[in-house]
Write a protein of this length. Structure first.
Length: 394
């Protein structure tokens, strides 16, 4: 799975440069401008979950990723073009580009510094180039509400968040390095910080190191993967396990029977932190207030995606071809002999050039899709394999 590479690179930059997080924030922060009411920022998807927005940098339009789990970046190719000439070298590893007016659908920040790095090849879209990322240091100047159901982000002036209904949950925000929002959580008797990460597809991801805290009976319920479902760049080990958690607490919410993935998280994410991604967040209207350190989760409709109702195969598109990146052990895909080396010619009758990664993700995880049909190349002939979804069990 292609995860938020930028978060990791940011961590490496900050660590390798020996720059403290507060200093990075001071160097990158700009001055947010007051908004008249609210502005609505529409988004679209890439890679099944990453959100694309269209900011203006000093009057020029670009496509950027929107990610609460990262800082704000621009691709190296922008430096020195379209009037973006205010470049400052911090040291041999890090440069900043000052943008005098960063405009996201009418929400303006003056003189904000974006970290400069090669970015455009990280996320690819047909006929569209992604030139950077709007991260949490941009959002710190506003109230930010992410509404997956409506497909938009609302930005307004920072004011205290107000709980208006019984199905709303107001939580205290803790900010971790360098500027990522977390809330209090509990799992298996231990306190955690749950990081709200729009750059992650899966609902809940914990570090593999936390498996040691499970008892022997719980460990028997772990389902290992062949290949990978979650992978971060620069992590040394490549292990994934599926687990069905009986209970997870997020603030005052008690969640029952939660599908969890254990993965090798980057070193900056300590064992007392886990990640909440799109398949969790899309069941809520999520509001962030960095000024007053508040989070409001307002229940909407349950997510239409479910990683537990699955064929057990993780299929991605690379270089216009399908790749089987991972298979859960004893899943329907595994029991039918699907292997990481199998070559998929068509998925539900379409080639990789005819589908986007989001469309593939919809086939794999939408509850309304009951089965998928694979056409596999087998010794020069085509073999058809129909996989019906089922609840993944240990």
């Amino acid at each position: 799975m292609k995860k938020n590479i930028i978060l990791i690179i940011a961590a490496l930059l900050i660590t390798s440069c020996s720059i403290k997080s507060k200093m990075v924030l001071k160097m990158t922060a700009g001055e947010s401008q007051k908004i008249n009411g609210k502005v609505s920022v529409p988004f679209e998807y890439v890679s099944g979950h990453a959100l694309i927005v269209k900011p203006k940098l000093d009057g020029n339009d670009y496509h950027f990723i929107f990610d609460t789990g990262g800082m704000s970046f621009v691709d190296s190719s922008l430096a020195g073009k379209n009037g973006l000439n205010d470049l400052k070298k911090i040291n041999k590893d890090m440069s900043l580009l000052k943008v005098h007016d960063s405009d996201l659908s009418g929400a303006h920040i003056k003189d904000m510094n974006f970290i400069v790095m090669p970015f455009a090849d990280t996320y690819k879209m047909p006929n569209t180039k992604i030139y950077g990322m709007i991260g949490s240091n941009f959002l710190a100047g506003f109230n930010t509400t992410i509404d997956y159901q409506k497909g938009c982000i609302e930005l307004s002036n920072p004011e205290h968040l107000i709980k208006k209904a019984s199905n709303s949950h107001k939580l205290k925000m803790t900010v971790i390095t360098p500027y990522f929002p977390t809330v209090k959580a509990r799992f298996n008797g231990k306190s955690y910080r749950a990081m709200l990460d729009t750059g992650l597809n899966f609902p809940v991801v914990l570090s593999v190191s936390e498996i040691a805290r499970l008892n022997e009976e719980q460990k028997k319920k772990l389902i290992p993967s062949k290949g990978l479902f979650c992978k971060w760049p620069f992590t040394q080990k490549t292990e994934n396990y599926y687990y069905y958690a009986e209970e997870i607490m997020i603030g005052d919410m008690v969640l029952r029977n939660v599908p969890v993935i254990f993965a090798n998280l980057p070193s900056m994410i300590k064992g007392n932190t886990f990640l909440l991604g799109k398949m969790f967040l899309e069941s809520y209207k999520t509001s962030l207030n960095f000024k007053y350190k508040e989070v409001l989760l307002e229940e909407t409709s349950p997510s239409i995606n479910d990683i537990s109702y699955t064929t057990g195969a993780n299929i991605v598109i690379k270089n216009d071809e399908f790749v089987i990146a991972g298979i859960w052990k004893n899943s329907i895909a595994d029991r039918n002999g699907l292997d990481l080396t199998n070559k998929i010619i068509r998925l539900n009758g379409k080639t990789a050039k005819e589908l986007t990664q989001k469309e593939v993700a919809d086939l794999l995880y939408k509850k309304t899709v009951k089965d998928i049909t694979l056409e596999l190349e087998d010794n020069g002939s085509i073999k058809k394999l129909i996989l019906s979804k089922e609840i993944l069990k240990s």
